[in-house]
Design a protein around this ligand. Structure first.
Ligand SMILES: Cc1ncc(COP(=O)(O)O)c(C=O)c1O
Length: 393
């Protein structure tokens, strides 16, 4: 058995750190002592190697404009190659302060006001927001929950929607938040062929690429075919993998020079240039020295998923858990309780004293579901499930 080097079990107080998950409950209409399993960050301390790198950088004391060089690119390229077998080139890299920022830049770069942007609901809700807030139209080819308990793409519907006049961009979530699918090569090939046929650019949001369970493999969409690399923008980031969301660093890879030029033009138009120094330092250290921490964290989180599945099957069989193939987000079907959306919200927040992401915010297709973030100490997860059990019973 592997020797455990890191402590993921002991809860760490996050209150009082400006923590979005814990410190803003009342302002966001929840009880002060609500137990939060919503926003997708982890309740774990990151790797000491990353903390050391940040500490050393902080001690230098000068925080002027900072740019990344060869060593930064080497770290990113090393991770992509080691973990995903993907060879990237330095000139493909465009850094942004977060993936959602990159989504917004892509919407502005590749579509015009009034155009449709294709998504697959239920999906991470900022997809919808960046489309609508930029005056574009959401065109959703909703995922379909199969008898096998997994979500699937209705390819006939997907093709009809991709073919619509004025759909020029597809936002792919891979692995998929919230339904936890890790798309197979076969599915990605079909997506790619359809998008090529109708001249639809594919933004592949692969922020959850490092969270894949069992013997599955994450496939980088752009790496499947040269023709897919030519029509795609791939969003990657150490934020989920190493719990660095507050440092706002993401690496966007755009092999096609013209797509890259259009994307960079939007970043310039937004008045943005260099990233923050701490984010760059953390990203480089994470990708160079974070493997041990990452692997142990993955074991811990996969055990949390197993724990939750066993708990629900035994204690709350009315709820149906979609077992995630990827991501640390667990999507649970509450429709068996027969509650309206308002009643469900009251059950979760007022009776169970939990703060989850209600499925409805991911699109109409998510109504009746709740999303749990299980990247937390097991005692926190167990407490949440106990509170839920008491509320339902
Ligand atoms: C699919 C997906 N994309 C993007 C993000 C957020 O990325 P960022 O914080 O880098 O904007 C999340 C966070 O949950 C996510 O699940």
């Amino acid at each position: 058995m592997r020797e455990e080097k890191f402590d993921f079990d002991t809860p760490i107080e996050r209150r009082g750190t400006g923590c979005l998950k814990y410190d803003f409950a009342v302002r966001r209409g929840r009880p002060e002592n609500v137990l939060p399993l919503w926003v997708a960050d982890m309740d774990f301390k990151t790797s000491e190697k990353i903390i050391d790198a940040i500490r050393r950088r902080a001690e230098h004391g000068i925080f002027g404009y900072t740019e990344s060089g060869e060593s930064y690119f080497g770290a990113v390229a090393g991770w992509m190659n080691r973990r995903h077998g993907w060879e990237i080139k330095e000139n493909w890299l465009v850094k942004t302060p977060g993936v959602v920022f990159a989504l917004a830049m892509a919407v502005k770069a590749y579509t015009k006001a009034g155009d449709g942007v294709l998504i697959q609901q239920p999906v991470y809700y900022p997809f919808t927001e960046v489309i609508e807030d930029n005056g574009r139209k959401v065109v959703s080819s909703d995922l379909v929950l199969g008898e096998d308990g997994k979500y699937h793409i209705d390819f006939a519907d997907f093709e009809r929607k991709a073919a619509k006049e004025k759909v020029t961009l597809f936002l792919l979530c891979s692995p998929h938040n919230p339904v936890g699918r890790v798309w197979t090569e076969e599915e990605l090939l079909k997506i790619g062929e359809i998008c090529r046929k109708y001249h639809v650019i594919v933004l592949s949001d692969e922020i959850h690429e490092d969270f894949v369970w069992g013997n599955r493999k994450h496939t980088v969409f752009a790496d499947l075919r040269q023709e897919f690399a030519d029509i795609s923008v791939t969003c990657t980031s150490p934020a989920k993998t190493f719990n660095l969301a507050g440092l706002q660093v993401s690496n966007i890879l755009i092999p096609n020079a013209e797509l890259r030029r259009q994307f960079k033009k939007q970043i310039a138009a937004a008045g943005y240039s260099q990233l923050n120094a701490m984010g760059l330092t953390a990203c480089e250290a994470a990708y160079l020295y974070g493997d041990d921490w990452y692997e142990e964290m993955m074991t811990y989180v996969s055990e949390n998923i197993r724990f939750m599945k066993a708990y629900l099957e035994k204690e709350l069989p009315q709820l149906v858990m979609t077992e995630p193939e990827g991501t640390y987000l667990v999507w649970v079907d509450f429709r068996g309780l027969g509650l309206s959306e308002t009643e469900l919200e009251r059950l979760i927040v007022r009776k169970a004293n939990l703060w989850l992401d209600s499925g409805a915010i991911f699109g109409k297709a998510g109504e009746g579901f709740e999303r749990f973030n299980v990247a937390c100490p097991r005692v926190t997860l167990e407490k949440a499930l106990e509170q839920l059990k008491r509320a339902i019973r």
